[in-house]
Design a protein around this ligand. Structure first.
Ligand code: SF4
Length: 282
């Protein structure tokens, strides 16, 4: 029987650490340990042998790793395409290594005039957008917005703000109260219904779809889709129907990790959820 292959893109929480502590965050527990550089080297061999072609870095905040540059070089030398989400707070300390290695960068805008992250964050994000405005060669840019009860009336103003910038896609997520995250703790304050998300979607589509490429992600869209490697090597899959959690299915070093992932994973959902990035880089 033909051995199953890894998904084309694996998501990697390169660190669990972050300089912020956002109330809507569904990132990992900050106490999770991070893999050492040597363990990441082994992980790269496993995923490339398994057929992965790209790595999508999330966190925590990827640029907080002191060995961020050497890690990116390892991914690049292994022939992996690199996608990365960053809060932009430490972008300019890492600009060269990002611009030279990352194909697709995701940056957050959740309000038109402030940020959940810290007082400087929105300025930092806009500075990155301004910086790339004048660059001929730059990563593809995804602007990421998470919609909650607190900012749902401001999404249209974010659209107005974005008219001043150049980017490739605006990806708008429904607030996700993932188990054991800040988002779960603050779910009563922030959660919105699917109906409200879809009403917002209609309004934003009407107002901005002629101007930008917009991509909406309601709860359930990522269900059984991603192959996520935690900062300490656990392989997780999002389950968003009923319980909202990242279910651990095994460890990246397990010889049968793809089979374990496949029990819960859906290749079709995976392809749907990741297609927008491939549309950007094709
Ligand atoms: S949402 Fe992003 S910036 Fe905020 S705590 Fe989570 S990982 Fe950090």
């Amino acid at each position: 029987m033909k051995k199953k292959k890894l998904p084309k893109t694996v998501h990697f929480q390169i660190t669990s650490k972050c300089n912020n502590n956002c109330k809507h965050c569904f990132g990992p527990n900050k106490n999770n340990p991070d893999m050492k550089l040597s363990a990441i080297g082994k992980m790269i061999r496993i995923i490339t042998d398994g057929g992965a072609e790209n790595i999508h870095l999330t966190g925590g905040e990827p640029t907080l790793r002191k060995d961020f540059g050497p890690i990116l070089s390892k991914f690049k030398n292994a022939g992996l395409g690199i996608f990365m989400d960053t809060n932009c707070d430490h972008f300019f300390e890492n600009e060269k290594v990002i611009s030279q290695n990352v194909q697709v960068i995701g940056l957050p805008i959740d309000f038109s005039n402030k940020s959940w992250r810290n007082e400087m964050n929105l300025k930092n994000v806009l500075k990155v957008l301004n910086f790339y405005k004048s660059k001929k060669f730059k990563p593809k840019i995804r602007v990421l917005s998470t919609v909650t009860k607190e900012n749902i009336d401001d999404i249209v103003n974010i659209g107005e703000l974005l008219k001043k910038y150049q980017f490739d896609v605006w990806r708008i997520f429904q607030f996700l109260p993932l188990k054991n995250s800040n988002a779960e703790k603050n779910r009563q304050e922030l959660k919105i219904s699917r109906r409200d998300f879809l009403l917002m979607k209609d309004k934003i589509t009407k107002d901005f779809s002629a101007l930008f490429n917009i991509n909406f992600v309601p709860i359930g869209y990522r269900n059984k889709a991603y192959f996520i490697i935690s900062s300490h090597g656990k392989v997780m899959i999002p389950t968003e129907n009923g319980k909202c959690e990242n279910k651990i299915v095994g460890d990246i070093s397990d010889v049968d990790i793809v089979e374990k992932w496949s029990i819960f994973g859906s290749e079709k959902n995976f392809n749907n959820s990741t297609q927008e990035i491939f549309d950007l880089i094709k």
